[in-house]
Design a protein around this ligand. Structure first.
Ligand code: RP5
Length: 168
């Protein structure tokens, strides 16, 4: 059964949102993914947010750009954690999305990741679920150990070949 809802304001957000989905898939966390525009179809949005708890979801990951109300409105309705992903935008570089998502009023937090931070949103959702799931916690520790090994391998290669060869 899906534990995470992933929602984005437009299919133009998909390249970033897919990174959250990829991480969750790697970590063995089930999710449901959809596209809902809070502005263009508010009735559909409200139904989505109101029914999320009864579907058994524990976290919602919501990504949007520009006047990005989707994550904040999810947090206004869904009683469990909402992770917001601000999309990069061409006009304001994503600051518009970032401020719209992060500057929530007291009482309605959205855990906001970096602009285009899709992968981190997935990892954060998994970490939230891992507080009550030891098997998932073990997979997250393995994920961290793999990252460490990758950095060590890069440092070893640099030491072996030198920076000129490395940067080719
Ligand atoms: C937001 O407006 C979406 O989340 C998207 O990032 C942005 C642009 O949407 P489209 O015009 O590409 O549908 O609601």
């Amino acid at each position: 059964m899906a534990k995470v809802g992933i929602v984005m304001g437009s299919d133009s957000d998909m390249p970033v949102m897919a990174k959250a989905a990829d991480v969750l898939e790697k970590l063995g966390v089930e999710f449901e993914m959809t596209i809902i525009s809070a502005h263009r179809e508010p009735d559909v949005f409200f139904e989505y947010a109101k029914s999320a708890e009864s579907k058994g979801w524990k976290v919602i990951i919501a990504g949007a750009g520009m006047a990005a109300h989707l994550p904040g409105m999810c947090a206004a309705i869904f009683p469990m954690p909402v992770i917001g992903i601000p999309m990069h935008t061409t006009s304001l570089g994503g600051r518009d999305s970032l401020y719209s998502i992060v500057q929530m009023p007291t009482g309605i937090p959205v855990a906001t990741v970096a602009i285009n931070g899709g992968a981190n949103a997935g990892i954060l959702a998994a970490k939230i679920l891992a507080t009550s799931d030891d098997a998932l916690l073990a997979r997250l520790k393995e994920y961290s150990a793999n990252m460490k090994a990758e950095v060590e391998a890069k440092a070893e290669k640099l030491a072996r070949v030198g920076y000129k060869e490395y940067s080719k």
